[in-house]
Write a protein of this length. Structure first.
Length: 274
């Protein structure tokens, strides 16, 4: 059982609640959509799933229907009691916390997890990046985000949306946009399009362990800070023309042309000869 639009409207009305614009709350009102999200996330019986921003529990129930062990995280203290009443009878663990500051090792332990989330625009990119950097227990993610954000997370070299965060995601994982979600299934209806992005963590990062990731990402940010410039200019003070050539990268190339492996070679050369 999941929640219909009528169910969600009644829960809000009975409990005197309203979707929070500050928290970017847009509740999914279509049972077919939440079941589709659970399916695209590859959630199966016995899996451990953590959901960020569970809201009133519509997606949470769809995840629980699969037989997975579900932990739902919700920051809105007004909604948490309602969420508990909806999903705890179905065996879901509810935690009131901010996903940006939560103690993930305490919540997840040493087990492997799948993360599923409907993420608001203002937190989606930094949250996904932080989870990839700092929470290795999460093997897979299926996130619903604004279309522009999703395209950026999954972009490849040469794509218009390709940027520093695309390289960050590619370092840790493989990502792809696996579906679109119409505005009509949300309450309230957002002004933006949403997409579903599947992110699967690599067994090992895309760049060899002899390259410090913090240094690598600093080099990447420097390159994309002046993305219209050729790399010999964009990376001035970070990597020399000789270092770019030693890395097998043309000094006349631009940041959006390079894959994560090329960035790794630049970072290695710049660190070794710097």
């Amino acid at each position: 059982m999941t929640l219909s639009g009528r169910d969600i409207s009644e829960l809000l009305a009975v409990n005197g609640l309203h979707p929070s614009r500050a928290l970017g709350q847009n509740f999914v009102t279509d049972p077919n959509t939440v079941r589709r999200i659970a399916r695209l996330a590859g959630v199966r019986e016995g899996d451990r799933v953590v959901e960020i921003g569970a809201g009133l529990g519509s997606l949470t129930l769809a995840l629980a229907e699969t037989g997975a062990s579900v932990t739902a995280i919700e920051v809105d203290r007004g909604i948490v009691p309602v969420l508990r009443g909806v999903v705890e009878p179905h065996g879901v663990r509810v935690i009131e916390a901010d996903a940006r500051t939560i103690d993930w090792p305490t919540v997840l332990g040493d087990e492997r997890w799948t993360l599923v989330a409907n993420l608001p625009y203002n937190v989606a990119t930094p949250l996904v990046a932080d989870l990839l950097d700092d929470v290795p227990q999460i093997d897979r993610m299926l996130v619903m985000v604004q279309r522009e954000v999703g395209e950026r997370l999954a972009a490849a070299p040469g794509d218009e949306a390709y940027g520093a965060v695309s390289v960050k995601v590619a370092y840790w994982a493989r990502a792809e946009v696996v579906g679109r979600v119409p505005r009509t299934v949300f309450l309230p209806k957002p002004n933006v399009e949403s997409v579903l992005v599947r992110i699967e963590r690599r067994i090992v990062p895309a760049v060899a362990a002899d390259v410090d990731p913090e240094w690598l990402f600093a080099v990447v940010r420097a390159g994309f800070a002046h993305r219209r410039k050729m790399l010999r200019g964009a990376l001035a003070g970070v990597a020399t023309v000789e270092q770019l050539e030693a890395a097998g990268v043309a000094p006349t190339a631009r940041a959006e042309e390079l894959d994560v492996e090329a960035w790794g070679r630049i970072a290695r050369e710049a660190a070794a000869r710097g």
